[in-house]
Design a protein around this ligand. Structure first.
Ligand code: ZN
Length: 265
C-alpha cells in the first residue's frame, strides 16, 4: 500500500480507496480462514465474543445493588436501598448501571473492542449492556455517547462509546444523539489520577453545542460509556447536559470498577 500514500489528487484518492477496499476484502478472507480468537485467552472461538471458559468467569452484575450507583452489595439489604457512598457523595446523574465488573476478562474484552479492531464485539457488548440497563432504557428518550476529543478520535478512528451506544440502540430501539454533546478539551488519561485530579481533569471538557440544546431540552437521557471508573467523566457530562435543559440523565456502561463491597444503610 506504500506507493499510494505518495500519490496526490483525485487519482490518488481513488487508488487509496481501491487499496482500502482490497485490504478490507483481504481481511474478510482471513477472517473466514481463521476463526477469531478469544480476547482474554487467545484460544480460537466460533461466533462468540469469548470462549466458554472465559465467559463463565465474566462477572455479570445483578441485584442486589445500590439503586442509585448500581454497585453490587455483598449481601441483600432489602429492596430499594442505597449505598453509603450514594448518600454521602451523591453523583450528578440519577442512576448508573453496568453489565459486568471490570476484571481481567472484562478488561481484555474492552481492550480488544477499543484498541484491537474488534468492532465485531459491539453487538454482543451492546446486548449485555442493554440488558443491564433495561429499566433505564424503558424510560429513555435518547442515548448520548461520551464523546472523544477530535484529536483522539482522529488517532483511534472511532469512538468506542458511540459504537457501544449504536449497539445498545439496536437492542433497545432508543435513538442515539451523536452530536448533542462534544468534547472541547483534550483531557489527559484518567489512569493514575486521584479522584480530585480526575474531577479537575474533566472540568470544562464537555459542551452542548447550540444545535444540541433543542435535541436534549426536556428529554430523558442515558449517557453511554465503555467503562465506569471514578465516575468523574460521566458526572462532568451529566452536569453539562442538565445545565443545557435535559430532564434526567442516567448512566449505562459495559463494565464498572467495583471497589470493596459497600454496606447499605
Ligand atoms: Zn478465553
Amino acid at each position: 500500500m506504500r506507493p499510494f500514500a505518495t500519490v496526490e489528487g483525485p487519482v490518488g484518492s481513488r487508488f487509496a480507496a481501491l487499496a482500502r477496499g482490497l485490504r478490507g476484502s483481504l481481511r474478510t478472507a482471513l477472517d473466514v480462514a481463521l476463526p477469531p480468537l478469544c480476547p482474554a485467552c487467545r484460544e480460537p472461538v466460533e461466533d462468540l465474543a469469548l470462549c466458554a471458559s472465559c465467559w463463565s468467569k465474566l462477572s455479570f452484575i445483578a441485584r442486589p445493588y445500590c439503586e442509585r450507583l448500581g454497585i453490587p452489595f455483598a449481601y441483600d439489604p432489602g429492596q430499594g436501598l442505597l449505598s453509603m457512598q450514594a448518600i454521602a457523595d451523591p453523583p450528578a446523574y440519577n442512576r448508573a448501571r453496568a453489565a459486568v465488573r471490570y476484571d481481567d476478562i472484562a478488561r481484555a474484552l474492552v481492550h480488544a473492542f477499543k484498541y484491537g479492531d474488534r468492532l465485531d464485539l459491539a453487538p454482543t457488548l451492546g446486548r449485555w449492556t442493554a440488558s443491564a440497563g433495561r429499566e433505564l432504557l424503558a424510560e429513555a428518550d435518547a442515548l448520548i455517547p461520551v464523546p472523544l476529543h477530535w484529536r483522539r478520535l482522529w488517532a483511534r478512528r472511532f469512538n468506542q462509546s458511540a459504537s457501544l451506544a449504536q449497539a445498545i440502540s439496536a437492542a433497545s430501539s432508543v435513538p442515539v444523539l451523536h452530536t448533542a454533546l462534544t468534547r472541547v478539551k483534550a483531557t489527559a488519561h484518567q489512569v493514575g489520577l486521584s479522584q480530585t485530579e480526575r474531577t479537575g481533569n474533566v472540568q470544562g471538557a464537555f459542551r452542548v453545542p447550540p444545535q444540541g440544546r433543542a435535541e436534549i431540552a426536556g428529554r430523558r437521557l442515558v449517557l453511554v460509556d465503555d467503562v465506569l471508573t471514578s465516575g468523574a467523566t460521566v458526572d462532568a457530562c451529566t452536569r453539562v447536559l442538565l445545565r443545557a435543559g435535559a430532564a434526567n440523565v442516567d448512566v449505562l456502561v459495559f463494565a464498572r470498577v467495583v471497589a470493596a463491597a459497600k454496606s447499605a444503610i
